[in-house]
Design a protein around this ligand. Structure first.
Ligand code: 3IO
Length: 350
């Protein structure tokens, strides 16, 4: 009995040694099942929505680029962790990886939620690359106990509603769902802000708790919100920033080759997701027009200017919060604006 155990132990040592060898090969095929590392990846919204579309793409690329050494098991639709327990769930290791909508965690991510401010991003592509580069430059302590794998944003937010809202007067007192700085934007437009994650919004609309929502317009198709929200008002409101984070111990335990693959994918994934989002919005709008005959209004230039003026208060409030957290808020904001300008040159909206 003892001898059998010894032989077994020796055999597994040998197989571990072989597994660690061959470092000269770039794409090693795992020779035994036991070598395959499987990572769980939790996400809060339904499978067809953009955070999950990018998750599946990332999982596929990781499997391909590690030659199958790393597999990713995805859990969309809050099947493993929900919108609000995502952060703690990843920190505690209930999931190895999780997708965070940063606006759902007020005060927790003061540096990176600067991209949730009303600075007038023109696209998800520009905002996603801005967020990624801002994060890389500052390496803020707000993520210190996590490994950030990629970041991206939604497209600029607009208003989707059950009732037509052609002007700000039409919005007065109307309950609109949002999160993060969008709640303050809803308030300054004169509507009634109601905070909740996107994953709770279908039910809130259904029950009539809210008359509309403020987010990027692809949800008209992906959540079928166009059926109930026939009226959209273009107001070019802030984007929602996201971070895909990994449990730090799980990250540390990965082989160097796997780490390299994941790190090389970070920026590429931000760009891929931004571009997917931007083209998906056009598709969704076309679909919603054809299927439900949605109507799209635009706030007047005068009203837009009024909103811009009032929204300076939101930026000042963020500055105070960021300073309190130990960041140089003016420097951060300057970086956001400079990166935005740089990427707007590189990725103009046509
Ligand atoms: C979003 C979140 C989940 C699924 C689709 C989505 N499109 C835009 C967002 C942004 C967001 O986090 C939100 O709460 O509006």
């Amino acid at each position: 009995m003892k001898r059998t155990l010894l032989i077994l132990a020796l055999a597994s040592c040998v197989s571990m040694l072989t597994a660690c060898g061959g470092g000269d090969k770039t794409e090693t095929k795992p020779s035994a099942k036991s070598q395959v590392i499987t990572l769980s990846y939790a996400n809060f919204p339904p499978k067809i929505t953009f955070p999950c579309v990018q998750m599946e793409r990332w999982a596929e690329e990781v499997e391909k680029r590690t030659g199958g050494a790393v597999k990713v098991q995805t859990f969309p639709g809050s099947t493993l962790l929900g919108a609000k327990n995502m952060l703690r769930g990843v920190q505690e290791g209930q999931a190895d990886i999780g997708c965070l909508s940063l606006a759902y965690y007020p005060g927790v991510f003061p540096l990176t939620t600067s991209t949730n401010l009303p600075v007038g991003f023109s696209s998800a592509t520009v905002a996603s690359l801005t967020l990624w580069e801002l994060y890389q430059k500052h390496q803020p302590k707000e993520f210190e106990n996590l490994k950030v794998l990629t970041m991206f944003t939604s497209a600029p937010s607009n208003v989707m509603s059950k009732v037509p809202m052609k002007t700000l007067a039409d919005m007065r007192g109307v309950e609109l769902r949002g999160s993060g700085s969008l709640l303050r934007m809803i308030e300054l437009m004169g509507a009634q802000p109601v905070g909740m994650p996107m994953s709770q919004t279908p039910e809130a609309l259904q029950k009539g708790l809210v008359k509309g929502l403020v987010s990027s317009l692809e949800v008209l198709m992906d959540f079928n919100f166009a059926e109930i929200c026939r009226y959209e008002t273009i107001a070019n409101l802030p984007v929602y920033p996201f971070a895909v984070v990994m449990n730090k111990d799980k990250w540390n335990a990965l082989p160097d080759q796997a780490k390299k693959v994941l790190e090389n994918l970070g920026r590429e994934q931000a760009l891929w997701t931004g571009q997917y989002m931007d083209q998906h919005i056009n598709k969704a709008l076309k679909w919603a027009r054809e299927k439900y005959g949605i109507e799209i209004f635009k706030l007047s230039d005068g009203e837009m200017a009024g909103i811009r003026e009032k929204s300076k208060g939101i930026i000042s409030a963020w500055k105070a919060e960021a300073e309190k957290a130990g960041y140089d808020a003016d420097a951060v904001l300057k970086d956001v604006r400079a990166l935005k300008a740089k990427y707007e040159m590189e990725y103009p909206v046509n």
